[in-house]
Structures are given as structure tokens and as C-alpha cells.
Ligand binder design. Structure first.
Ligand SMILES: [Zn+2]
Length: 375
């Protein structure tokens, strides 16, 4: 790293913007096994010591794993154990690098998604998988642009198991629900999470209503009519809610195509969501970190269509109207410079992902978050 971009101390005046001149001085080296001799510096304003490693994705890491390779393999249905074998690293190291990459992914998405075309219709739907065991079905509710298949937002809820059960299963469910309190009306809350973001980032505008496409779940309808987005609309600022029956064929012509497509992609590309998988999610926060990496890869790296005339192929972000130079700069930055929480202005939903605040059923202790993740 030639130029140190800013002071890492969040209370320093040079944290958000460092001056062009020499605002730091060299302060010796320290030896490391993995990275060799590392240059240290001292900030002239606050006196904080830091090094080139402070700005690296591998801050505090004792070995390197290729993040680009990890991203692609993780997004190609490889399980944590398989990744650990492939990289000759422990499962904990693999998950730690995924956690780092997921924060980079959240940072990129929070910075770049605002450049997407603001008037495309949005499909909102829940992807159903499992947390911990089949007694805890979950719902990863997604907001995806209807034509460009760009994932705008996602959230998570753990549901009660429904459907046909044997008496033994019912007894087990009663036992589990004594040990774990389910979040009431969590489907409505998760839909509200997405509406909050749409209200902030893509509000209806004159001559451009906000078009929401969902299935016929009554929870979605209830959450929408109670939401400010719906209640505060007027003649010029309209919200249109288009509902599609779940029995409609899941073809390209179905208005919910974008949500159905993401459903299929997640099912085949994420090991935790394959049918009858032994790789079932054991920790919700870890699973969601893997999901964040996948979403960033889908949005900003994966080609929008397999067969397309464009070279290099358009990504989903570009299909959603984000200029190629924004996408290229964001991708380069994602793998180059550690995202600092204090320098981002994450919305509440992104912050919840960053701080790993989605609970795992039956787990009482809070999720571990290293101190450097909150710097
Ligand atoms: Zn400083």
C-alpha cells in the first residue's frame, strides 16, 4: 500500500478524510511469519500507531486464503468442510475469512446499490430453508429487481414448523418451543425490514409508482397496509401491490420470476440450502455471512445472462443500471481495503447483518464479533 488512505482511529479528525500532505510518520517495522516485515506508522494528529496491515482484509490473520477463490467456491455449493479441505485450513479459519468477506460485501452493496435505476418493479418473496434442524424452518425474505435480478435487500426469520407431523414430532416441537421463544409475527417484521429500505432508497416518485410484486401471503398485505410507505402515499406518489398466486407456473412469464429465479439459484449454489443436506445451517449468523458473500457475487460479479453479446459480460448490477466503472471500482475495493464500520453509514438492516444480530434457535449466548469488526 503506497498511500495510507486515512487514520484508523475513529475519533481522529483524519478518520473520514485525511489531508493530501504527509499526515503520518514512519515508526519502524515489525516482523510477521505470514506477511514478512510490516511497516508501522504514527498519525501526526492523534498519535495512533498503525501499519499497512491495519487496512488489509487480513488484519489480525495469521495465514492467507485467496478471497477471490473462496468467493467463487462458496458460491458454487461447496460446504465449509469441503472448503477447509481445499484450502488446507480449519473450518474456523474458513468461516473467519467468510465473515471478513461478508463485511466487505455489505460495505460494497451499501455504497453502490443507490446507483441502480430507481424505477424498476421489485419482487419480494421468502426463500424457505432450515436453521439448526427441520424443526426450525426459516424464511430469507428477498427484495429483487423484477427484470435485472439484482438483489436489493434480504432479511431472515425463524418460523414455527407447520404441516403434517406425527405425535412424536409434535411432542418434540412442544419441548423445543419451551426451550426457545419464537419471534411473534416474524414474517410481517421481515417484510417490514424490506419495506423500510425501499421507503428510504426507492420511494415512489411522480409518474413512477413503486411496484411491489409478491405472492398472496396475508402477512405481506398486513405489513404493507400498516407501513408508512402505503399510508403516506398521495395522488402523485403511488405504491402498487401486485399479487401472484403461488399455484401459477414458475415460468419466465410469471411476474414473480425474479424471486423464483433467486430461489432456484440459492437452492443449488449454497450448500446449506440444498434439499435434505447434511450441511444444514447450524448457526444463523454464520449462514447469513455466507449468504452476504453470495449476494455480492451474484450482484456484482456473476454474468446477468449466460448468452449475451456483451464482452465482458454484463453483471446483474449493470443490468440494474449501475455504471460499469462503479461496479469495477467497487469490486477492486472490496478485495483491496478493509471496510471500517465507523466509515460506513449502514442502514439498520445492513447493521443487523454486520453485527450478527440474527439469533440462532436454541442458542442463548450472543454471537461473537471481533473488536476489529467494529472499528
Ligand atoms: Zn489519527
Amino acid at each position: 500500500m503506497h498511500q495510507i488512505p486515512f487514520c484508523p482511529n475513529k475519533d481522529c479528525g483524519y478518520h473520514h478524510q485525511a489531508p493530501a500532505g504527509k499526515w503520518y510518520v514512519a515508526a519502524g517495522f515489525y516482523p510477521t511469519k505470514t506477511f514478512g516485515k510490516v511497516q508501522r506508522f504514527r498519525c501526526r494528529a492523534c498519535g495512533t500507531y498503525f501499519s499497512t496491515q491495519t487496512f488489509s482484509l487480513d488484519y489480525f490473520a495469521k495465514r492467507t486464503v485467496s478471497y477471490l477463490q473462496l468467493e467463487v467456491l462458496l458460491s458454487s455449493s461447496m460446504s465449509i468442510r469441503a472448503l477447509s479441505r481445499s484450502f488446507h485450513a480449519s473450518c474456523a479459519t474458513i468461516q473467519n475469512r467468510i465473515d471478513r468477506l461478508s463485511r466487505q460485501a455489505l460495505a460494497v452493496h451499501s455504497r453502490v446499490r443507490r446507483f441502480a435505476h430507481p424505477h424498476e418493479a421489485i419482487c419480494l418473496d421468502g426463500f424457505v430453508s432450515f436453521d439448526v434442524s427441520q424443526y426450525f424452518p426459516n424464511n430469507i425474505t428477498l427484495a429483487v429487481t423484477a427484470d435485472s435480478l439484482f438483489v436489493l435487500a434480504a432479511t431472515h426469520a425463524t418460523l414455527r414448523r407447520s404441516g403434517r407431523t406425527t405425535p412424536a414430532q409434535q411432542q418434540r416441537m412442544r419441548m423445543l418451543s419451551r426451550a426457545w421463544s419464537f419471534e411473534p409475527r416474524c414474517l410481517e417484521r421481515s417484510f417490514r425490514d424490506l419495506l423500510d429500505r425501499l421507503a428510504r432508497e426507492r420511494p415512489p416518485q411522480r409518474h413512477s409508482p413503486l411496484i411491489l410484486i409478491t405472492d398472496e401471503k396475508k402477512e405481506y398485505r398486513r405489513a404493507l397496509v400498516q407501513h408508512a410507505l402505503f399510508r403516506h402515499q398521495d395522488e402523485a406518489h403511488r405504491v402498487v401491490h401486485l399479487t401472484v398466486s403461488a399455484t401459477q407456473p414458475r415460468t419466465w412469464y410469471n411476474p414473480l420470476f425474479a424471486a423464483n429465479y433467486m430461489d432456484r439459484e440459492l437452492r443449488k449454489d449454497q450448500a446449506a440450502h440444498r434439499r435434505e443436506t447434511p450441511c444444514i445451517c447450524r448457526n444463523v449468523a454464520n449462514m447469513l455471512n455466507r449468504f452476504c458473500v453470495y449476494m455480492a457475487w451474484h450482484n456484482y460479479a456473476k454474468p446477468f445472462r449466460i448468452k449475451q453479446a456483451h464482452t465482458p459480460p454484463l453483471t446483474h448490477a449493470q443490468a440494474a443500471g449501475i455504471a460499469p466503472h462503479h461496479v469495477a471500482a467497487a469490486r477492486a475495493w472490496m478485495f483491496r481495503e478493509r471496510a471500517f464500520f465507523s466509515r460506513l453509514s449502514l442502514d439498520p438492516l445492513d447493521e443487523k447483518f454486520w453485527k450478527r444480530r440474527f439469533p440462532t434457535p436454541l442458542k442463548i449466548s450472543p454471537e461473537y464479533l471481533p473488536r476489529y469488526a467494529l472499528a
